[in-house]
Write a protein that binds this ligand. Structure first.
Ligand SMILES: [Cu+2]
Length: 140
């Protein structure tokens, strides 16, 4: 077994690695352009509802973020470099904002509201936090 690997040239090993990475990233077997799913997310009372959002790797979903409070502005922040996600969207009181996301790697990623008034607990500390659960492509 060791001899078999040792006999492969570094170039062949590198190419094999690249092919495998491509296979994982583009996950063949799924429709090339999955329909965009709309996920409504309510933001209000220092909560996200739902606070767990489930998607699949490579799936494009549209988050429909609605601030149900009448005065308090909120925000949807989701920073997950590993999954290629970098969202920071303000949602004024009573308004709806739409953001498309396409997670590139499975895992669980925290999202939260980054609002904080001076001398007050942050919205996140008050419970305005949730989890994006990204399943491997093709699971379910
Ligand atoms: Cu908030």
């Amino acid at each position: 077994m060791n001899r078999l690997i040792a006999r492969q040239s570094p170039l062949v090993l590198a190419l094999t690695g690249i092919l495998f990475a491509g296979f994982v990233l583009f996950a063949p077997g799924l429709p090339a352009t999955p329909a965009t799913r709309i996920i409504p997310v309510k933001m209000g009372d220092y909560r996200f509802k739902p606070d767990t959002i489930r998607v699949q790797t490579g799936e494009t979903v549209q988050l429909e973020l609605t601030n149900t409070d009448s005065l308090t502005p909120h925000n949807f922040t989701l920073k997950a470099e590993a999954a290629g996600l970098n969202v920071d969207t303000e949602v004024s009181a009573g308004k709806t904002e739409v953001v498309d996301i396409t997670p590139r790697a499975p895992g669980s990623y925290k999202f939260y509201c980054n609002k904080k008034l001076i001398f007050m607990k942050s919205h996140r500390d008050r419970g305005m936090e949730g989890t994006l659960v990204v399943a491997p492509a093709g699971s379910e």
